[in-house]
Design a protein around this ligand. Structure first.
Ligand code: NJP
Length: 245
């Protein structure tokens, strides 16, 4: 309560649900993404419910866009205590399809974007000797699946970075780091798959099992944030009960 959080990828899915959940618990939230029309609608919804939030137009790939958005958030609410590094893409295809443009997008957003937003908030947390960095990794950051090689590579990078970061800044700066590793969640993530076979397979999964809701992941983020200061929930692996893989 009373803390200030940056949520990236807040215009839909897990990020939007988490921003709404945090605001309902008294956190002041900066919602960051590229689709500002979506952000403004969610900010209005938060304000109507009595919460505090602002919309931040941000492309996480663009370092100066991230720095500008973070500065605006800190100027508005005073500092930054929490970041939910959640922006991500999953335009999957088999490697031999050579969709190199999509590989680069995934590396840029899922890995470099997360590094950019971490770098932008760290000075605030270091200065106040407290903070919490929550990263959206994935089940694909623990395991590898055919058809998802590049996506898995980006999420393994997120898991590795999260663990290394925790070791570096936990004791030194009193900053906690949490890696969230969801299984299948019902969001717009699959809508950006251009490969028809992969898209069909992913859509077919919906008939095989009940996906988690974005708000379920928001609850796990809240769980990690609400742990006492001396306790760092380093990893949360959360998946549908009937997800077999
Ligand atoms: O998907 P979606 P999710 N700069 O498509 C934003 C991971 N995950 O909620 O910029 C800034 O609804 C985009 O905003 P916009 C997944 O890998 C998911 O499922 O307006 N933001 C939107 O808000 C990802 O890391 C599942 O287009 C950028 C958001 O990202 C995270 O969960 C399972 C951006 C994507 O929201 C959230 O994805 C799993 C940019 N350049 C991990 N590019 C799952 N759904 O099953 C995109 O294990 N965004």
């Amino acid at each position: 309560k009373g803390k200030i959080a940056l949520v990236t990828g807040a215009s839909s899915g897990i990020g939007a649900a988490t921003a709404i959940k945090l605001a309902s618990h008294g956190v002041k939230v900066g919602l960051a993404a590229r689709r500002t029309d979506r952000l403004h609608a969610i900010v209005q919804q938060i304000r109507d419910a009595g919460g505090e939030a602002i919309a931040l137009e941000m492309d996480v790939v663009d370092e100066s866009s991230v720095q500008d958005g973070v500065k605006r958030l800190a100027d508005t609410f005073g500092t930054i205590d929490i970041v939910f590094n959640n922006a991500g893409l999953m335009p999957i295809s088999e490697v031999d399809a050579l969709k190199t443009g999509e590989w680069h997008r995934m590396v840029d957003v899922n890995v470099k974007g997360l590094l950019n937003s971490t770098a932008a908030v760290l000075p605030y947390m270091r200065a106040q000797r407290s903070g919490h960095i929550v990263n959206t990794s994935s089940i694909a950051g623990r395991k590898v699946y055919p058809g998802l090689a590049v996506y898995c590579a980006t999420k393994h990078a997120v898991s590795a970075f999260s663990e290394g970061l925790r070791m570096e800044i936990g004791k030194k700066h009193n900053i906690r780091v949490t890696s969230i590793q969801p299984g299948a969640v019902d969001t717009e993530l699959f809508e950006h798959i251009s490969d028809q076979e992969q898209r069909g397979q992913m859509e077919g999964l919906r008939e095989q099992m009940a996906f988690l809701k974005a708000s379920d992941i928001a609850d796990t983020v809240l769980f990690a944030l609400q742990a006492p200061d001396y306790m760092n929930v380093a990893e949360l692996f959360v998946l549908p009960t009937d997800q077999p893989w």
